[in-house]
Design a protein around this ligand. Structure first.
Ligand code: B4P
Length: 183
């Protein structure tokens, strides 16, 4: 089973849901930039307050802040890791590449969870997190298309990308991911 992983996909595709299950079963360190940023927001720090403003508009938080969070966490893991929600643009992908070279831990697999916009919007509206209202969701999808989706090609060219259909029961999606990663 591959143990240095990245999950890509539009907002609400189920990256967090699947990453949680996967890391529990295989003992990987789950590194969700969305969760880490929400922790920062809950702490009430200045950085958290700045991040909340950006997240509530559905925009991307600054690369510098996200990178410093990821760098600190990746350096500490030794059981394998799963990046969830990072990288989200080409600059973050380039920074990740440099970081992984530095710590000599090459990326082994990328999972793209693919799903139609209509399903996503309904799922997120049902979840109802602070950044889950229709206008913000539409902005998040637009940003995903503009900034994050170019990464699909980048990882496909490296031959490490598998595409999984996200519009299915959670356990069905999970089995497809396991199979793709060699389980
Ligand atoms: P994230 O926390 O990464 O959240 P997400 O993309 O909205 O959701 P995810 O795909 O993980 O969906 P989930 O499993 O929860 O990002 C939030 C914000 O943080 C961003 O907009 C940005 O501002 C900021 N941010 C994060 N990372 C950043 C970075 N690297 N750089 C800059 N900014 C960053 O599933 C969603 C819902 O669907 C849940 O309710 C779940 O129960 C349900 N669901 C999941 N799978 C299902 C299935 N198979 N069937 C039915 N329902 C399902």
């Amino acid at each position: 089973m591959k143990k240095k992983l990245l999950f890509l996909g539009p907002p609400g595709a189920g990256k967090g849901t699947q990453a949680n299950l996967f890391c529990k079963k295989y003992g990987l360190d789950h590194l969700s930039t969305g969760d880490l940023l929400r922790d920062e927001v809950s702490s009430g720090s200045d950085l958290g307050m700045q991040a909340a403003e950006v997240m509530n508009k559905g925009e991307l938080v600054s690369d510098d802040l996200v990178l410093s969070i990821v760098e600190g966490r990746l350096a500490k893991t030794n059981t394998g890791w799963l990046l969830d929600g990072f990288p989200r643009n080409v600059n973050q992908a380039n920074a990740l590449k440099r970081l992984l070279e530095k710590i000599n831990q090459p990326l082994e697999g990328v999972i793209l969870i693919k799903i139609d916009d209509d399903y996503l919007i309904n799922r997120l509206l049902e979840r109802g997190r602070q950044d889950d209202n229709k206008q913000v969701i539409i902005n998040r999808l637009k940003i995903y298309r503009e900034k994050t989706s170019p990464l699909i090609d980048l990882y496909a060219k490296q031959g490490i990308l598998d595409v999984i259909e996200g519009n299915a029961e959670i356990d069905v999606v999970f089995s497809c991911i396991e199979k793709a990663l060699g389980g």
